[in-house]
Design a protein. Structure first.
Length: 775
């Protein structure tokens, strides 16, 4: 029974087929078979034979032209663009991607605080405090709201999940923006996979940090700019609100403004009245979003536990907002010096993109950029994607010109994520072009989505923070070191400041302890409200007077490597801290051995190898333990510290100083072999220190190794030509070996330098007389 008969049986009129205009070219086509391509102008016996492909040189040129035409490169003609409107199943796909990214983020999230700023952000969200410049009021408010709605676990864990949710939202919005710009679902999925499965993205967004929220705002801006009417009032209001809110989270979002402006303008080409109306709406909602900045002075007036810069007036607010403590465009205090060289910075960004996206993702981004730039009808996408990638990447590096030291290089990594959003958009265009080029073999292009998944699986030990408890344990160990009612002065170190802030203010531990930092930055300062504006000498005097008064009222401890931090007081090592006591009082019973047995420090070896901040923290333990010990065990601990953190700024100097103290005590006790080992370790830690070389030469001289001693003295004199000590020691050595003429020359050279031993001239005369005396 035919279709019409069935409809008639059900009581409906049969549907009539439309009449055909005529038989297809090459004869009538039989029903049910696809029509075959025929040669034009021919009929009869060979009418249904497919057209032959041209062979030889002509065929190769023709096929090359087809490839170029498909890519839109070099032919002057754009390939037929397949404009894909957002399909009905777009929202379910986006929701599925968001859900998968959230589950993945929950799986890899850190259980508590991690190294870096996460402890500070957890404490700031829990107490509505002012974080380090520029204050991050949007993150603090949003994190507080998220943590209140999720009343399970510690505040640090809640904020870690908040980062994962923001990162998942950024990936979903990136997927949506790529679909709105005409990319197919597979290509948009490749873009989300290339970015969302990169180890840097996964590691950064598994902890309490502001970069996930920054990526969410940037991806939302891209999604709004990809709408069909980006210059409409709703789109202008959304962009203004998002960018205004972005000023209250992370300033790097301003680097996306040129790309957004170029993309929106090229897509809309508005008239002057329409553009003016859109700009007015944009400005109004931008000011509305930026009004979140009022949180800083309003909250600072209540003196919260975390109150960096105390921005209660305009001058202090601008000081915090413009990041004056860091140098505005610098990432760290130590990294404020310029490195020089735009070419080196561009190479740095390219190398990081290659490592983050992998070869496949990077080549897709390059292919997509070439395709978009060669096609006029895709200029909106090229302005958005390429503009964001280059503006937040190479342009950011050109503005800041950060140096290449390990600390700055590690801090800089998280800043790549914003530019990688644009690079992921380019990768989507590249995947779309590759799928179009492959034709029937398009399913092979889908395999590109599995490449970043495989890379993320292989690199999981370096980015997953499921068992990252190093910073959590470190904060607990510091608090274990304090007796009840003690005061703790922190002498620098973010990994001392921020985990302690989370333990004290977010978790409510040790309310009996008084904890403050000697810079007057993070914690409530006992030095007075004007301390930040004093000169360096006035600050030192204020510190000495306030801390001496504290020493008379309660036990005073320092988290420091310095031995002379408080004038007139002795600092005895007790575990991780140093306990201050008046210099004329006897030393109390040391608690160090018991504390070291009570400490717990869980370190993931894979994270320690991969991340600088972990390597910068863990050597603190063997260095402080060696400070309270003596002998070969102490030297072995110092060697271990040098191996654990060779690229940390503080490690070589601290190891060298501790080893020199060990060498001095051993040499004073007559243990010249042990002293030589200690000074040799100090020389390995700081090979350019002339004082260490001179002391090592003295230890060799005590052992009778005169040749080695002479070599070290000569090297010390070469490293520090103005230091008289190596020349004096060399003179003593040469005098002992009866080389009086050379000894006289060394004593004379030492006597001519400022700060020389007063006896150098007399020894020079004596050696000269011995040299002239007949043998």
């Amino acid at each position: 029974m035919g279709r019409g008969c069935r409809r008639a049986a059900l009581g409906a009129a049969p549907r009539r087929r439309p009449a055909r205009a005529g038989p297809p070219q090459g004869g009538r086509r039989r029903r049910g078979r696809p029509r075959r391509r025929t040669r034009p102008g021919r009929a009869g016996r060979f009418a249904h034979r497919p057209a032959r492909r041209p062979r030889g040189e002509r065929g190769r040129l023709a096929r090359g032209a087809v490839v170029l035409r498909r890519l839109g490169l070099g032919t002057g003609r754009a390939p037929p663009r397949r404009v894909v409107p957002a399909p009905a199943r777009g929202p379910p796909l986006t929701a599925a991607l968001f859900t998968a990214a959230v589950l993945f983020g929950v799986w890899g999230a850190a259980p508590s605080v991690s190294v870096g700023d996460s402890g500070e952000f957890a404490a700031a969200a829990a107490t509505l405090g002012v974080a380090h410049p520029p204050g991050y009021p949007l993150y603090v408010l949003a994190g507080r709201a998220f943590g209140t709605l999720l009343p399970w676990g510690t505040w640090a864990w809640r904020l870690n999940l908040f980062s994962g949710v923001c990162a998942a939202g950024a990936l979903a919005l990136l997927f949506s923006a790529c679909r709105r710009r005409g990319a197919g679902a597979p290509a948009a999925l490749v873009a989300a996979a290339v970015l969302g499965l990169s180890p840097l993205w996964l590691h950064t967004n598994a902890q309490a940090e502001v970069f996930a929220l920054n990526a969410l705002l940037a991806a939302a801006c891209l999604a709004v700019a990809a709408r069909p009417n980006p210059m409409g009032e709703r789109s202008a209001a959304a962009l203004g609100l998002l960018l205004g809110l972005g000023t209250a989270n992370h300033h790097t979002l301003a680097l996306a403004v040129p790309a957004l402006a170029a993309g929106v303008w090229s897509a809309a080409r508005p008239s002057a009245p329409r553009a003016a109306r859109a700009l007015a709406v944009f400005a109004v909602f931008g000011v509305l979003g930026a009004s979140v900045q009022l949180f800083l002075p309003l909250r600072a007036a209540a003196s919260p536990p975390l109150d960096w810069g105390h921005p209660v007036d305009l001058a202090r607010f601008l000081h915090v907002f413009l990041r004056k403590d860091y140098g505005s465009l610098a990432l760290t205090v130590e990294g404020s010096a310029a490195a020089g060289g735009a070419a080196r910075q561009l190479l740095r960004w390219t190398r990081e993109l290659w490592e983050g996206f992998g070869p496949a993702g990077t080549l897709l981004a390059v292919l997509g950029g070439a395709m978009l730039l060669s096609r006029r009808e895709r200029r909106t996408e090229s302005a958005l994607a390429a503009g964001l990638a280059l503006g937040a990447g190479p342009l950011f590096l050109a503005l800041g010109d950060p140096p290449f030291d390990p600390q700055t290089a590690y801090a800089l990594k998280r800043f790549w994520l914003l530019s990688w959003l644009g690079a992921a958009g380019l990768a989507a265009a590249g995947a779309e072009s590759l799928a179009f080029l492959l034709g029937p073999a398009r399913p092979a292009a889908l395999a590109l989505a599995f490449v970043p998944a495989f890379a993320a699986w292989r690199a999981a030990p370096s980015w997953s923070q499921r068992w990252d408890l190093t910073a959590y344990d470190h904060a607990r160990n510091l608090l274990r070191s304090l007796p009840p009612g003690a005061a703790l002065a922190l002498d620098g170190g973010d990994d001392n400041f921020y985990p302690l802030a989370a333990a004290l203010y977010a978790d409510g531990r040790r309310p009996d302890a008084l904890v403050f930092d000697r810079g007057g930055l993070v914690f409530a300062s006992p030095y007075g409200p004007d301390f930040r504006f004093l000169s360096k000498e006035a600050k030192e005097g204020r510190r000495a007077s306030v801390e001496a008064a504290l020493l008379g009222r309660r036990p005073l401890f320092y988290a420091t490597l310095r031995r002379d931090i408080l004038p007139g007081a002795a600092l005895d090592p007790e575990g991780l801290l140093r306990r201050a006591r008046p210099g004329d009082e006897p030393r109390p019973t040391p608690r160090g051995p018991a504390l070291w047995r009570a400490y717990v420090l869980r370190v993931d070896p894979a994270l320690e190898r991969a991340h600088f901040r972990v390597r910068a923290l863990t050597p603190f333990y063997p260095v402080m333990r060696a400070t309270g010990e003596a002998g070969p065990d102490a030297l072995r601990r110092l060697e271990a510290a040098l191996v654990q953190g060779p690229d940390a700024r503080w490690t070589p100097g601290a190891v060298s100083e501790a080893a020199q103290w060990q060498g001095f005590e051993a040499l004073s006790a007559g243990r010249s072999k042990e002293a030589g080992d200690a000074y040799a370790l100090a020389a390995r830690a700081t090979p350019q220190d002339s004082g260490v070389r001179s002391n090592l030469g003295a230890a060799f001289e005590r052992q009778g190794r005169l040749g080695d001693a002479r070599r070290e003295y000569a090297l010390a004199a070469e490293l520090s030509p103005g230091d008289p000590r190596p020349r004096y020691n060399m003179g003593v050595l040469l005098y002992k070996t009866a080389d009086y003429a050379a000894a006289a020359a060394e004593f004379t050279a030492a006597a001519e330098k400022p700060g020389a031993d007063p006896t150098a001239a007399a020894w020079a005369a004596r050696a000269s007389a011995r040299a002239k005396a007949p043998r």
